[in-house]
Design a protein around this ligand. Structure first.
Ligand code: PLP
Length: 421
C-alpha cells in the first residue's frame, strides 16, 4: 500500500490523531464523509467544485489572492475553534504538556508532507521567523558574502541587510530575468555570483513578485560543491508543489502554512537538514533552549497551540487530496488561465510558462493600463481580489490560482479582465 493510501486508511479508521479527533465536533460523521470525498480519484470539475465548497468567502468575493494569504477550509476552522475551546476550558493542562503527543503528530505530518524526518522539522510562526532564525544564527565576519537575488522577499533580505549595516557583511544581488528561458539560465546566474567569500545563498522556492519558481535543487548542488549553505524561503511553494526536501538538498527551508496549506494564521514549518542543524541557534531563549533536538528552535513558552494543532488538520486536509494531485491541478489551472491570454497583443504574461519555472502564481499585464486601475476595477465592479505588482516594471496583476479556484472562476476572472481592457 503506498503511503497516501495507508494514510487515508488510517485517517478514516481514526488511527491518525486518535487522541485528538474524537474530542472534536467535526471529527464524527461529517469528517468521515468529507474525507471520503476528498480522497476520491476523481479529477472532474465536480470534484474540484466539492473541494471549493470546503471553503467559504465573504458574499460576492472572488478570491485570487492566495499568494497574500490563504483561507482555511471548514474542517480546519472547526478543529481550531474546538482546540481553542478545549484549551480555554483547562488552560494549564493543555498549554503545559497536555497536547505534547498531538504536537508531535503535527510535526510528523509536516515531515511527511515535505518527505523529511520529524527530527528535521520545527513548528514556528511564519516564514519571516524562519528566515530570521537562519540569519541570526550565523556569526559572520566583515566582507563575508551572502547571495540574495533581486526578487527575494523582505522576510529573507532584511535580516541580512541588518548584518550588512552592523557587521559589514556583503550582500551580493544577482539580477534574475523576468522570464528565464531555462533552469540552466537561472543556475548560471547564481554560479556567476559565487566567490570564495560566499557563505550562504538564500533564495525563494517561488518568488512572490511574478511567481517564478527557482531551481533550488540545482543551486544546492552547485553551492554544496563549494561548501556554501542554501537557505530557502518556501512561503509561496509549501502546499502548492509536491516537495521532497531531501531530494532538493537545501540546508534550511522556511514556510508559512497560512498560505498554500490553508492552516490557521500565524503558523509555519521550518526544516533544517540534520547535518546542518548545528549551525542554528534559537531566536528566543527560554526553557528548552538546550534541548539536543530541533525542538530547541521552537520553544517560546506560552504559544498558539490551537493553531498549531489546527495545522495538523490542514495537513490532513492536504494529504486527503494528495500533494501530487494538488500540484497537477495547479498546473492544469495555470494552463487553462494562460490559454485565455497567450498570443493576444493586448496582454503580456509576465511569468515563465514551463512547469519547472512556475506554478499557481501568474502575473498578467494589461498593456496600456496601470495595474492599480485594473486591480481596482476588478474589485469594485466584479468583487475580484488580486494583488497588483509594480516592482521590476511588472505593472502586472498577480493572480493566484489555488485549488478552490475552479475553471468557472477563471472564466469569470478572464471575462472581467477582457471587459475592463
Ligand atoms: C516569498 C515570501 N516570503 C515571505 C513572506 C512572508 O510571509 P509571513 O508574513 O507569513 O512570514 C511572503 C509573504 O507574502 C512571501 O511571499
Amino acid at each position: 500500500m503506498n503511503s497516501r493510501r495507508k494514510f487515508i486508511k488510517s485517517a478514516l479508521t481514526g488511527i491518525v490523531g486518535t487522541s485528538v479527533l474524537p474530542q472534536l465536533s467535526y471529527a464524527g460523521t461529517a469528517h468521515k464523509v468529507i474525507s471520503e470525498q476528498l480522497t476520491s480519484d476523481d479529477n472532474s470539475e465536480a470534484y474540484w467544485n466539492m473541494v471549493k465548497n470546503q471553503f467559504s468567502f465573504t458574499n460576492g468575493l472572488h478570491y485570487f489572492n492566495n499568494g497574500s494569504l490563504g483561507p482555511s477550509p471548514t474542517m480546519v476552522r472547526s478543529a481550531t475553534n474546538d482546540y481553542r475551546k478545549i484549551l480555554d476550558e483547562f488552560p494549564s493542562k493543555y498549554m503545559w504538556g497536555g497536547w505534547n503527543d498531538e504536537k508531535e503528530k503535527v510535526r510528523k505530518q509536516a515531515a511527511d508532507l515535505l518527505k523529511t524526518s520529524e527530527e528535521e522539522i520545527a513548528i514556528i510562526h511564519n516564514t519571516t521567523e524562519g528566515m530570521n532564525l537562519i540569519a541570526r544564527s550565523f556569526d559572520l565576519k566583515p566582507r563575508d558574502e551572502i547571495i540574495l537575488a533581486d526578487h527575494e522577499h523582505t522576510s529573507g533580505t532584511i535580516p541580512w541587510q541588518v548584518w550588512q549595516e552592523t557587521k559589514g557583511i556583503k550582500i551580493v544581488k544577482p539580477i534574475l530575468p523576468i522570464i528565464p528561458k531555462s533552469v540552466d539560465e537561472v543556475v548560471s546566474i547564481y554560479k556567476k555570483a559565487i566567490t570564495p567569500k560566499t557563505k550562504i545563498i538564500s533564495m525563494c522556492h517561488i518568488v512572490n513578485t511574478n511567481g517564478m519558481t527557482l531551481p533550488v535543487k540545482e543551486v544546492s548542488e552547485l553551492a554544496h560543491s563549494k561548501g556554501i549553505l542554501v537557505a530557502v524561503d518556501g512561503a509561496q511553494a509549501a502546499g502548492m508543489l509536491d516537495i521532497d526536501l531531501h531530494d532538493m538538498q537545501c540546508d534550511f527551508y522556511a514556510a508559512s502554512s497560512h498560505k498554500w496549506l490553508f492552516s490557521p494564521k500565524g503558523v509555519g514549518i521550518f526544516y533544517a537538514k540534520k547535518e546542518s542543524q548545528h549551525h542554528l541557534k534559537p531566536l528566543i531563549v527560554c526553557n528548552g533552549h538546550t534541548d539536543k533536538t530541533i525542538r530547541r528552535l521552537e520553544n517560546y513558552n506560552t504559544r498558539n497551540l490551537p493553531e498549531v494543532l489546527g495545522l495538523g488538520t490542514a495537513l490532513q486536509f492536504h494529504q486527503l487530496i494528495g500533494s501530487k494531485k494538488i500540484e497537477a491541478r495547479t498546473m492544469e489551472l495555470k494552463s487553462y488561465f494562460r490559454a485565455k491570454f497567450e498570443g493576444n497583443q493586448k496582454y503580456k504574461l509576465k511569468t515563465p510558462v514551463s512547469d519547472e519555472l512556475s506554478g499557481a502564481i501568474q502575473t498578467l499585464e494589461v498593456v496600456g493600463m496601470n495595474v492599480n486601475d485594473v486591480k481596482d476595477s476588478l474589485f469594485n465592479k466584479y468583487g475580484i481580489d488580486t494583488r497588483p505588482m509594480s516592482t521590476f516594471g511588472l505593472n502586472g496583476l498577480r493572480i493566484s490560482l489555488a485549488i478552490y479556484n475552479t475553471k468557472e472562476d477563471i472564466d469569470y476572472l478572464t471575462d472581467a479582465i477582457e471587459t475592463i481592457s
